[in-house]
Design a binder for this molecule. Structure first.
Ligand code: HEC
Ligand code: HEC
Length: 142
């Protein structure tokens, strides 16, 4: 009897998680790759290098409270020990580096000490290169 119950339970567990059922529709799902139509073995031309607005130029903002777009490359390192963006944008260095100091909303005192919540600049600020094709359609000008 015990054997029979074990067998029955075993058979039940097999049917429960076999996962072998056929899909309801036979239609293949069509997915478009961001890399375009090139086949995996094709060598397609490299994308253009990003061209940023010339140094010293900031980009017009599109809406209120927008984190301004970064008009230059943004691969300066931000690590737990050091934020390289602050080499130019900190309150004490900005004038010398001809950069805008970080906004008042980013600091916690009148010396310009950065608020921890604003440490990871690129969480909100993104670089803008005008020769790059937008990955998703949008109706903003920049
Ligand atoms: C070598 C100096 C330098 C470094 C490093 C640097 N920037 Fe800049 N940044 C500039 C200059 C110069 C400008 C253009 C003048 C301006 O608008 O502030 C600028 C502009 C900006 C602006 C636009 C400001 C505005 O009001 O339109 C943002 C945002 C910005 N940088 C963010 C960053 C971030 C984030 C980093 C780090 C990933 C960074 N910058 C690193 C020099 C620097
Ligand atoms: C949580 C989002 C956020 C983070 C993180 C952040 N910012 Fe901003 N930043 C903003 C917003 C929003 C504005 C525009 C409103 C304002 O001035 O407060 C702004 C404004 C600025 C400006 C323009 C100031 C002005 O007077 O025109 C600069 C420069 C800037 N940020 C640099 C930085 C740098 C450098 C870092 C990293 C150390 C950083 N931001 C981190 C959201 C952020």
């Amino acid at each position: 009897m015990k054997k029979l119950i074990t067998l029955a339970l075993f058979a039940l567990s097999l049917t429960a998680c076999s996962g072998q059922e056929k899909l309801a529709t036979g239609e293949p799902v069509k997915v478009t790759s961001l890399g375009g139509d090139s086949r995996i073995e094709d060598v397609r031309p490299a994308d253009a290098m990003p061209e940023y607005p010339s140094r010293g130029k900031s980009l017009a903002r599109d809406y209120q409270e927008q984190p301004p777009l970064i008009p230059h490359k943004a691969d300066y390192s931000i690590t737990i020990d050091k934020n390289s963006c602050m080499n130019c944008h900190s309150w004490d260095k900005a004038t010398r580096m001809k950069a805008t100091p970080v906004a008042k909303s980013h600091v916690i005192d009148d010396k310009g000490t950065l608020n921890g919540q604003n440490y990871f600049c690129t969480q909100c600020h993104v670089p803008q290169a005008d020769n790059k094709q937008a990955i998703v359609e949008n109706s903003f000008n920049h």
